[in-house]
Write a protein that binds this ligand. Structure first.
Ligand code: PHE
Length: 368
């Protein structure tokens, strides 16, 4: 019996020495120490021995069991160490290795322009306000004097939020993607703190066919000033100052009468095109020749040759809008404007189609 135990010990040591994988070690464990393992088999034989033999062989078998367990534990640790040493070796990262920097990223032209506009307006005393992009119908339309079924709603082609969500909403309070930043005017006026002098830069959405001048989402900068004695002259001065600071002191502004349900009177404002320098034409397709040939000039694509670019809508806040927000139109007046940030960016950076800003063209964006 003693001999058998000694043989088993030798056999065990031989086998364990050859093991390279944790899996094989588990197998070895069950082969020797498992329920039907080799050591168990020997221990079963104990019952046929005399009491004296049992007394000597029993502890010996137990010592062997403990020995095997310790050996397996030791081997397991060895295998684990070897495994990590291998990983360390193969996957080591050389932090001192040099590689060429591909250049750092920077702000998108629209963000650059927004920041610039914010800085200019802040210097004029405006504060920045914000509102949600998912807006309710009441703020986006009704309180801005655009009731349901009013034809003016067609001007703002709208992305409505899914029917199953909107079906649960009360009438006139359905959710939509805001079509302009003007609902933030309502949010501010409803707070009931006067005077108000805010700007709202933000993203807006229109359900539109995309072309060179239209994209289904773009950025606006809304302006609102409400207080006692605010006049159209204040509006003109403010816009003139902002535009000159933005596009250059030689920029000219043209106010055209217009209609917005939430302002009265309303004006659309054009600025002299910076792309063609107010000429309506860009570089000649062929240089003038000595022989007095007629030079063919190319119409500027930004302003369609008119020399003017439409950049914003504006006007005096409609008394109905003030009333809807609990402000007395007899006592207070205000002006509002909404500037297309994308178009300003196109003007500033000399890009002829603002849609290009949304096409992830690194070659374009990297230039600014
Ligand atoms: N919200 C208008 C638009 O998106 C612009 C505007 C703002 C007009 C404020 C007047 C006053 O077209």
């Amino acid at each position: 019996m003693q001999e058998l135990l000694e043989q088993l010990r030798r056999q065990f040591l031989e086998e364990i020495a050859k093991i390279e994988w944790e899996e094989s070690l588990k197998e070895l464990l069950s082969n020797y120490l498992g329920k039907t393992g080799k050591l168990k088999e020997i221990l079963w034989g104990l019952k046929d021995l005399s009491n004296d033999e049992k007394k000597t062989i029993g502890p010996m078998a137990n010592t062997l069991k403990v020995f095997m367990e310790e050996e397996i534990e030791k081997k397991s640790q060895e295998l684990e160490d070897a495994h990590f040493a291998k990983i360390e070796d193969e996957e080591a990262i050389d932090v001192s290795l040099e590689f060429p920097l591909k250049g750092r990223g920077h702000r998108h032209p629209i963000s650059i322009t927004t920041k610039l506009m914010e800085d200019i307006c802040i210097s004029l005393g405006f504060k920045i306000a914000d509102g949600p992009q998912i807006e309710n119908e009441d703020y986006n339309f009704d309180k801005l004097n655009i009731p349901a079924d009013h034809p003016a709603r067609d001007v703002w082609d709208t992305f409505w939020i899914q029917d199953d969500i909107n079906d649960k909403q009360p009438k006139n309070n359905k959710f939509l993607l805001r079509t302009h930043t003007s609902p933030v005017q309502i949010r501010e006026m409803l707070k009931g703190r006067l005077p108000i002098k805010i700007i709202v830069p933000g993203r807006v959405f229109r359900y539109e066919q995309e072309d060179a001048r239209h994209t289904c989402n773009f950025y606006q900068l809304e302006g609102l000033m409400v207080g006692e004695g605010v006049t159209f002259g204040d509006l003109k001065w403010t816009l003139d100052t902002i535009m000159k600071k933005l596009l250059g002191e030689d920029t000219k502004l043209r106010f055209r009468p217009s209609i917005f349900p939430f302002t009265e009177p309303s004006a659309e404002v054009d600025v002299s095109c910076q792309i063609c320098k107010w000429t309506g034409i860009t570089t000649p397709q062929s240089p003038p020749s000595k022989g007095g040939e007629v030079v063919r000039w190319k119409k500027c694509s930004m302003c369609s040759g008119s020399g003017w670019v439409e950049l914003l809508g504006s006007g005096m806040v409609h008394p109905k809008v003030l009333t809807a927000c609990g402000i007395d139109p007899e006592k207070y007046s205000g002006f509002a404007f909404g500037i297309g940030i994308d178009r300003i960016a196109a003007q500033r950076f000399g890009v002829s189609s603002s849609r290009m800003f949304y096409q992830s063209k690194l070659k374009l964006n990297e230039q600014f």
